[in-house]
Design a binder for this molecule. Structure first.
Ligand code: HEC
Ligand code: HEC
Ligand code: HEC
Ligand code: HEC
Ligand code: HEC
Ligand code: HEC
Ligand code: HEC
Ligand code: HEC
Ligand code: HEC
Ligand code: HEC
Ligand code: HEC
Ligand code: HEC
Length: 273
């Protein structure tokens, strides 16, 4: 930081006039102001820095930033750009709109409508929202992240699909920044599909075939609305000649949820085989 170079100069140069100006307690030849002097007249800034100064406590001192003092030096409020430059984040306007107290630089005050400035550090989240259009893409980042680093619960804004669904379940299928791209692992419990597919769920529950034990997500894998072919799992279980005559599995087996298990029926199928 080039301002470190100013520190020595600043300590020497701060004018004695200021002290005479205020109280007359100090003679005109009084020593230049040091960091220890500030607290004699200012309480708030030193207290803030002590409590929440962060790097502004450990890496710099008062006079690195405040070079001189009124009345002999008038403009002693530093520009942030004196020390911070070279990153997209430091090109933003009005640093103090978020870093409202430079003596507590990470005690942020975030308005409810901020998006662009977040992208100076979180480009990938911005791209996710932009590339996967949903209502969330039209919301400001801080509509959800009201404080920096805080993550909201979906249920603070939404109802669950079923009464027994909890916050942790949402993640099974949704990602916050692309909520309409529904994707899930094949260990997703069938109950969570049942919230919207009551009929498929109850059919499968009632089925006495081995499909009964398969989770929805074992067959409908990974992406919502995917429909598997019977052959994906079963290959070609029957002779080609038979399949030429009855090309659809469903002609004999009905549907996957309500499978027709042949042995329980008339035995006609066995003859065919
Ligand atoms: C003897 C009392 C006294 C001491 C010691 C003193 N200040 Fe001040 N300071 C004041 C007063 C009074 C004002 C208001 C002056 C004005 O507005 O013209 C002021 C104003 C300021 C301001 C605001 C300037 C502005 O442009 O708004 C800053 C920053 C500041 N002081 C920093 C410091 C720092 C840093 C130190 C220690 C190096 C220090 N002061 C030491 C009395 C003091
Ligand atoms: C990293 C730079 C930085 C450091 C370090 C710093 N200040 Fe400041 N200070 C500022 C800036 C920037 C402002 C203007 C804030 C504003 O405009 O709201 C300011 C404002 C002030 C003011 C006037 C407004 C107020 O809050 O009363 C005083 C007095 C002050 N500082 C004193 C100090 C003292 C004393 C220290 C050391 C204990 C100190 N500052 C350390 C950057 C700094
Ligand atoms: C005299 C130099 C100086 C000035 C002026 C200055 N800073 Fe800093 N600031 C530093 C240094 C040095 C660090 C620590 C290294 C770094 O993060 O770049 C720092 C760190 C920070 C941090 C991170 C704090 C932490 O604890 O990690 C923030 C936020 C910050 N500055 C904001 C500001 C803002 C906003 C302004 C203008 C109001 C400002 N700074 C003015 C020197 C300065
Ligand atoms: C829209 C709000 C906003 C504005 C405007 C803003 N910042 Fe930040 N800044 C943040 C957030 C959020 C962080 C991350 C804080 C954290 O990591 O805890 C941050 C972090 C920082 C840091 C520490 C991390 C780093 O990259 O070094 C510095 C320094 C900083 N800002 C300086 C500035 C400066 C200088 C400006 C003005 C040019 C500025 N900020 C404008 C919100 C803002
Ligand atoms: C100066 C850079 C910077 C800016 C600007 C910034 N952040 Fe961050 N943000 C960070 C860093 C660094 C972390 C900590 C990352 C980590 O620990 O993985 C973080 C963490 C987060 C987290 C929590 C991540 C987690 O894994 O829990 C969220 C949410 C977040 N930021 C949102 C935002 C929002 C919203 C904005 C705009 C208001 C913003 N950030 C602006 C640097 C920044
Ligand atoms: C609709 C609410 C919402 C909006 C809008 C939103 N987020 Fe998030 N964000 C979340 C939730 C919820 C999480 C936690 C995700 C999780 O736990 O899987 C999150 C996580 C994060 C994280 C942590 C890392 C990660 O990707 O999981 C960052 C960083 C983040 N968001 C930044 C942003 C930024 C930047 C924006 C604006 C461009 C934004 N968010 C917009 C709700 C939102
Ligand atoms: C701060 C409030 C808020 C949070 C937090 C939030 N959302 Fe939303 N979300 C909305 C609003 C507002 C809409 C649009 C109206 C609606 O569909 O309810 C929406 C819409 C949606 C949509 C439909 C999108 C579309 O374009 O039709 C899905 C899916 C969704 N949210 C899932 C989630 C999930 C999952 C989470 C948690 C990771 C979450 N939301 C967190 C506010 C929020
Ligand atoms: C098993 C997967 C799954 C789980 C778990 C899940 N969702 Fe969904 N969600 C979906 C599907 C699929 C849709 C889309 C339905 C459509 O296409 O209309 C959806 C749609 C939504 C919508 C858009 C509006 C609506 O109701 O159709 C919101 C909001 C939503 N989910 C929020 C949540 C929340 C909050 C949670 C956690 C409590 C959650 N979801 C858990 C699969 C899931
Ligand atoms: C939030 C409600 C919701 C949840 C939860 C949900 N779905 Fe759906 N699903 C729908 C809607 C709505 C449709 C579209 C229905 C239509 O087009 O007739 C659909 C369609 C489907 C289709 C395609 C139907 C067709 O005719 O093409 C399959 C397969 C499907 N869902 C499987 C699942 C599975 C597996 C789960 C659990 C991992 C699940 N769904 C969770 C609402 C949901
Ligand atoms: C994701 C893989 C998968 C798909 C897709 C699938 N099945 Fe199955 N099926 C299985 C498994 C696993 C079994 C149990 C095998 C075992 O335990 O020997 C099974 C068993 C069966 C059985 C024997 C049932 C019993 O109770 O003995 C029949 C008949 C059957 N499947 C037909 C079908 C038909 C017809 C389709 C398409 C409508 C289909 N399957 C789709 C995985 C699948
Ligand atoms: C053994 C694999 C398998 C299992 C387990 C399974 N499905 Fe299916 N599902 C299919 C196949 C194959 C189809 C296409 C229709 C057919 O040929 O049976 C289908 C069709 C669907 C459809 C669209 C048409 C319809 O019949 O409603 C929905 C929705 C659906 N399944 C949801 C579910 C849900 C929810 C579950 C869990 C309760 C589930 N599936 C379990 C294989 C399976
Ligand atoms: C013409 C009627 C018919 C058609 C069409 C048919 N099957 Fe079958 N399938 C049967 C009969 C009958 C059995 C019972 C054989 C047995 O119990 O040994 C059977 C048994 C099965 C079994 C269980 C085998 C075992 O070893 O337990 C599977 C899996 C199966 N079929 C899958 C399919 C698939 C996949 C298709 C479509 C490509 C299909 N079937 C088409 C009649 C048919």
């Amino acid at each position: 930081m080039k301002n470190f170079l100013w520190r020595a100069a600043a300590s020497l140069a701060i004018c004695t006039l200021i002290l005479c100006f205020f109280s007359g307690r100090v003679h005109a030849e009084a020593a230049a102001l040091t960091n220890d002097d500030c607290i004699k007249c200012h309480t708030e800034a030193p207290m803030d820095i002590e409590a929440q100064g962060g790097a502004h406590k450990t890496e710099v001192t008062c006079i690195d930033c405040h070079n001189g003092h009124p009345p002999n030096v008038q403009d002693i409020i530093p520009a942030c750009s004196n020390c911070h430059s070279g990153k997209p984040h430091f090109e933003l306007d009005n640093c103090l709109s978020c870093h409202s107290n430079p003596h507590a630089p990470l005690a942020l005050k975030l308005a409810k409508d901020i998006t662009g400035p977040c992208l100076t550090c979180h480009q990938s989240e911005g791209e996710q929202l932009k590339n996967n259009k949903s209502f969330h893409s039209s919301m400001a980042c801080t509509a959800c992240h009201q404080q920096h680093g805080q993550v909201p619960e979906c249920l603070s804004c939404h109802e669950p699909h079923a009464d027994d669904m909890v916050q942790a379940d949402c993640k099974l299928c949704h990602q916050a920044h692309k909520p309409l791209v529904i994707a899930y692992g094949n260990d997703t419990p069938s109950k969570s599909c049942a919230a919207c597919h009551e009929e498929a769920y109850s059919q499968l529950q009632a089925s006495k075939t081995k499909h009964h034990d398969l989770a929805c997500a074992k067959c409908h894998q990974k992406t919502h609305k995917m429909i598997p072919a019977c052959q994906d799992c079963h290959g070609s279980p029957h002779p080609a000649a038979m399949m030429a005559k009855f090309p659809q599995c469903g002609q004999c087996h009905s549907t996957a949820h309500n499978l027709n298990r042949w042995e329980q029926k008339s035995g006609q199928g066995k003859k065919k085989k």
